[in-house]
Design a protein around this ligand. Structure first.
Ligand code: SF4
Ligand code: SF4
Length: 110
């Protein structure tokens, strides 16, 4: 059985938090607990009008890769609900190949 992960293309993440909320609802998590947490990195200016401003969704230790949905043949709910298509679920070795193709991506494995 392959190891699985989530590849995040955070170049296109709008910080909408839909993945966070969809995960909370799917897993009936109490307020203040998250399976996915969107971090805000910036904004700050670092010269010549350049700005650091990014959002980075990160699975937490409470992420189980939506085991129930997977066993029903569905995608994880965060992946399904991200309208910007920033999130991709799959075998780690396949996602690692995708990782090499463009900047501003991270690969999470649990
Ligand atoms: S990963 Fe997608 S759903 Fe989550 S905050 Fe970014 S754009 Fe929104
Ligand atoms: S894979 Fe499922 S459990 Fe993990 S962050 Fe996404 S929605 Fe939450």
């Amino acid at each position: 059985m392959a190891d699985y992960g989530i590849l995040v293309d955070y170049e296109w993440c709008t910080g909408c938090h839909t993945c966070e909320v969809a995960c909370q609802m799917e897993h009936k998590l109490p307020v203040g607990q998250f399976g996915m947490k969107v971090a805000e990195i910036g904004p700050w200016e670092y010269g010549d009008g350049k700005w650091q401003y990014a959002y980075l969704p990160a699975p937490t230790d409470q992420c189980d890769f939506c085991a129930e949905r997977l066993s029903a043949g569905k995608q994880p709910t965060c992946v399904h609900h991200c309208q910007a298509e920033c999130l991709k679920f799959g075998p780690v070795d396949e996602l690692a190949r995708e990782l090499g193709k463009k900047r501003k991506q991270v690969l999470f494995r649990n």
